[in-house]
Design a protein around this ligand. Structure first.
Ligand SMILES: [Zn+2]
Length: 66
């Protein structure tokens, strides 16, 4: 059995929690350049990574769980 299937329920819980955070105006994303996890406000358009210093639009930063 694939790992993803074994833990699908836990994964779905993470997606549910991040959606709850987004409803409150926050988001958890990953830097497309170095992969660091960044907490931000959804309304912030440009994100400067605290780790590598690169600037990216929030749209180009993948959400943490989807
Ligand atoms: Zn980075």
């Amino acid at each position: 059995m694939e790992l993803k299937l074994l833990y699908q329920k836990e994964y779905d819980k993470q997606v549910s929690l991040i959606e709850e955070l987004q409803e409150k105006g926050f988001n958890i994303i990953t830097c497309p350049d170095c992969g660091s996890v960044i907490i931000t406000r959804r309304k912030q358009i440009m994100i400067k990574c605290y780790d590598c210093g690169e600037k990216n639009s929030q749209e180009s930063c993948p959400d943490l769980f989807y």
